[in-house]
Design a protein around this ligand. Structure first.
Ligand code: FE
Length: 347
């Protein structure tokens, strides 16, 4: 169990990594009664570092369809609140604003944004490090120069992403650069293909992970992708679940291809969802697993693209191989580029 004092110490260390210093403006955003303990601990921690700080609390969310609908935020109804958040140096987002136009506007004003919504056990276990940041940035350096990504797997995946249109994004769990967003915990890198630039087949196998469902695939699922859109999903029970979930959004843009990349945190485990100590949450451990290749479906507005559908799935896959312009990056689920490996795994 974590006490409020533990939270304070943890968040103080985290704010230091985020470069918070005397005189900075740090705003904590929360909603309803959710994560009120996080908000309190961040406020105390920010003040202890000499920052000017306050808490903005939004009304609790209205009852929803039960889906994870990304991009909709209560901030849309209060532009004056968005204007206030633009004045902050650092916004601690305890709500999950990602994919919302309000978050993008706040970042564009130079405010750095840090999402902190995962259970504290996970925040502590995958506490960000400068070493992970360096390895994620080494990956971004390579990814940002590539023009094609090809992914294969023993299950039959063979898909090609045409790159070069959208930026490369790093996630390493903290942010000390103006206008930059990050999500704690995380250690992965991604980009997106041109809007019509994904073609091929992706076959999920047992053990691959469905997020936000927080479940493991048990039966193969075969996606056919043409010109950046899923045209067919085949398989047994898991395929039916995926199709049913996606259909519930009643939005053909949900079948677009979203971000694509790989994970770099050797502290994250495939058995995370089955662990007796699984703390719940939105699956950032699984997204970060070292050597996982994560594809996703739905929006690409996070990268500057036109698709802002609310239907979004992230799918970390095991045992894949990933090539950038034919150069191997991940082979059979293992990272093969020295600069991205943990120090102890380097030659
Ligand atoms: Fe995603």
């Amino acid at each position: 169990m974590f006490s409020q004092i533990d939270l304070y110490e943890l968040f103080r260390r985290h704010l230091r990594l985020c470069g918070v210093h005397e005189g900075e403006r740090v705003v904590v955003l929360s909603q309803g009664r959710e994560r009120a303990d996080y908000a309190d601990a961040y406020l105390d921690a920010a003040r202890s570092l000499g920052a000017k700080t306050y808490h903005m609390r939004l009304p609790r969310p209205l009852p929803s369809s039960g889906n994870w609908a990304v991009g909709a935020s209560e901030l849309a109804a209060t532009p004056e609140a968005v204007e206030a958040l633009k004045q902050a140096d650092l916004l601690i987002d305890c709500v999950f604003l990602l994919f919302s136009p309000e978050q993008f506007a706040i970042q564009a004003a130079g405010t750095r944004v840090l999402t902190a919504v995962e259970p504290v056990e996970l925040l502590a276990r995958q506490f960000p490090t400068k070493e992970h940041r360096e390895r994620v940035e080494a990956g971004a350096e390579i990814l940002s120069k590539a023009s094609t990504m090809r992914i294969t797997s023993p299950h039959g995946t063979d898909v090609t992403y045409r790159l070069g249109v959208y930026p490369t994004v790093t996630e390493y769990g903290y942010t000390d650069e103006p206008g930059r967003w990050d999500h704690w915990p995380a250690a992965f890198v991604f980009t997106g293909a041109a809007d019509d630039g994904v073609d091929g087949r992706i076959v999920l196998g047992p053990g691959d992970v469905l997020l936000p469902q927080n479940t493991y695939i048990t039966t193969p699922v075969e996606y056919t992708i043409e010109k950046g859109f899923i045209t067919d999903i085949r398989g047994g029970f898991d395929a039916q679940l995926i199709k049913s979930y996606m259909a519930s959004f009643d939005d053909p843009r949900g079948f677009g291809m979203s971000h694509i990349g790989w994970g770099l945190d050797e502290r994250a485990h495939w058995h995370g969802l089955q662990s007796p100590s699984f703390p719940g949450g939105m699956g950032m451990e699984l997204r970060s697993i070292y050597g996982n290749v994560m594809f996703s479906t739905g929006p690409n507005n996070e990268l500057g693209g036109p698709n802002d559908t609310a239907c979004h799935l992230d799918i970390p896959m095991q045992g894949c191989s990933l090539f950038l312009d034919d150069e191997p990056i991940v082979i059979d689920g293992d990272v093969v580029v020295e600069e991205m490996k943990p120090a102890r795994a380097r030659r």
